[in-house]
Design a protein around this ligand. Structure first.
Ligand code: GAP
Length: 459
């Protein structure tokens, strides 16, 4: 994809993420571990803001939504019943020569051509991406993506799996929530947590990981109300995208074909984002019918029906599932926020995060760090603001221009500078500071007593 102001290439994002403490390769000093990344100080703050905004919109601001935080390790029967042990797999092919393994659906068969360059029908060629060998692949086989481990110390310790989706833990707590909170339909259970997939080919930075995080809702409805609920969550997902700074024209809905849907879904809409490596899935919205609760009821022997108190009718609710990957969201947000421009004759890079998700909301700084009276005043402004806006930071490293550029690169919306006018060098400017706007680089003077309100209004 062509690089534009709002669409940097991946190298720039990966380099900025590392340089500025957002995302680091996992276990880096040992050469890394494919499919794992670690979040650094600003990455954690950004991720936490993305998650808490999601929780706010999808849980706290709605009625009848309940949170859970289920164990990652679950009884193996959960995954037997849900169909994951049997069917959570990707097609794998292996090059006979170099033994490299690929996801068969990621390796394109290319048409064979004759000497004149004409396509020979029915004679497609597999080419190994690693060693270039043609047509020497083993037959594709299904590879289960669940990570296996053992619970317990005995020889015959039970095989358990790291959950491949957080949804499993939600279904396991459906009955607990009903019995303890007595919700009426429709209601939803939400969870944010880690999931693990032994991806054949982890790739594209934090796009395809082996250890990932999901924000999921299982929304339980009467069977005849699923379409209405599906459309409602679809709108909520677009609203959320908007709030975290993903532009409308970079997000596309894809109606997933029946043959491409997960085994539990009767309808799936993928929300695809224009990544630099192509238009790919960001989030999914699925109609899981009564599949999960039905199979768990059958396998466990525990009744999972809902009793409608009014009609005394008993039935298994149907489920709508908005499922959002945290890491793919972080990547889409970083790509959406990335900007390059010229400011005062200098090229600069900045991240135009919506203030609500910016890892740092404002930076406080004395104009000069070797003037104790400026430092003292700046420290007191910083201390007072931190009580109201915790995601605020102190920076007195290097000259003021360098500090601004650093803050631009981590997407800090405001920089507050304490100068000699703050101390009263110009009488009418006493107790005012300069407030710099990240996107325009312009500065205005504002009274110290007005800063907190100004920033919280924007947030
Ligand atoms: N519970 C439904 C479910 O897990 P999914 O489409 O397999 O559905 C949901 O995954 C979301 O999780 C995806 O839309 C994506 O955001 C994220 N996701 C899935 N696999 C991922 C991976 N290997 N690395 C990073 N994120 C992933």
């Amino acid at each position: 994809m062509k690089e534009t102001a709002t669409h940097p290439n991946m190298e720039k994002i990966i380099s900025l993420a590392k340089r500025r403490g957002f995302v680091f390769p996992g276990s880096e000093i040992y050469g890394g571990l494919a499919g794992t990344f670690d979040y650094g100080p600003y990455g954690v703050a950004l991720k936490n803001n993305i998650k808490s905004l999601w929780w706010n919109m999808f849980v706290d601001l709605r009625d009848n939504m309940y949170g859970v935080d289920a164990a990652i390790l679950m009884n193996t029967k959960v995954w037997e019943s849900s169909g994951h042990i049997e069917g959570f797999s990707d097609p794998l092919i292996e090059c006979k020569k170099c033994k490299h393994r690929f996801r068969a659906d990621h390796v394109q068969k290319k048409p064979k051509k004759d000497a004149q360059g004409k396509v020979i029908e029915g004679e497609d060629v597999w080419t190994c991406e690693h060693c270039g060998t043609k047509n020497d692949m083993k037959e594709p086989q299904q590879f289960n993506m669940m990570f296996k481990t053992h619970a317990g110390a005995s020889e015959d310790a039970m095989t358990v799996y790291l959950r491949p989706e957080t949804a499993g833990g939600i279904f396991m707590n459906y009955k607990n929530v009903i019995d303890s909170v007595h919700p009426k339909l429709p209601f939803g259970i939400a969870q944010i947590g880690k999931a693990f997939r032994n991806e054949i080919a982890p790739r594209d930075f934090i796009f395809r990981l082996r250890e990932l995080e999901q924000m999921e809702v299982e929304y339980f409805v009467r069977p005849d109300e699923w379409e209405q609920a599906f459309d409602e969550w679809r709108i909520r997902m677009h609203e959320y995208a908007d709030i975290i700074g993903i532009a409308k024209d970079t997000l596309h809905e894809l109606e997933v074909l029946p043959e491409d849907r997960a085994h539990y879904s009767k309808r799936t809409v993928d929300f695809e984002f224009d990544y630099p490596f192509g238009r790919k899935e960001l989030w999914g919205l699925a109609y899981r019918t009564d599949f999960d609760l039905s199979v768990h009821e059958k396998s466990s022997g525990v009744e999972l029906k809902y009793l409608d108190e009014a009609t005394k009718e008993k039935f298994i609710p149907h489920v709508i599932e908005p499922s959002l990957g945290v890491d793919r969201t972080v990547l889409a947000v970083l790509l959406s926020a990335y900007r390059e421009d010229d400011l005062g004759g200098d090229k600069r890079v900045y991240l135009a995060f919506p203030p609500a998700i910016a890892p740092v909301k404002a930076m406080v700084s004395p104009l000069l760090k070797n003037k104790p009276e400026l430092v003292e005043k700046a420290r007191s402004v910083y201390k007072d603001l931190k009580k109201v806006i915790p995601q605020i930071m102190w920076d007195d490293n290097g000259n003021i221009g360098k500090r601004y550029r650093r803050q631009d690169e981590i997407g800090t919306p405001f920089c507050i500078t304490i100068d000699f006018d703050t101390l009263g060098e110009t009488a009418e400017l006493k107790d005012t500071v300069t407030l710099r706007d990240r996107d325009t680089g312009t500065q205005k003077r504002i009274a110290i007593s007005d800063i907190a309100r100004h920033i919280t209004d924007v947030l």
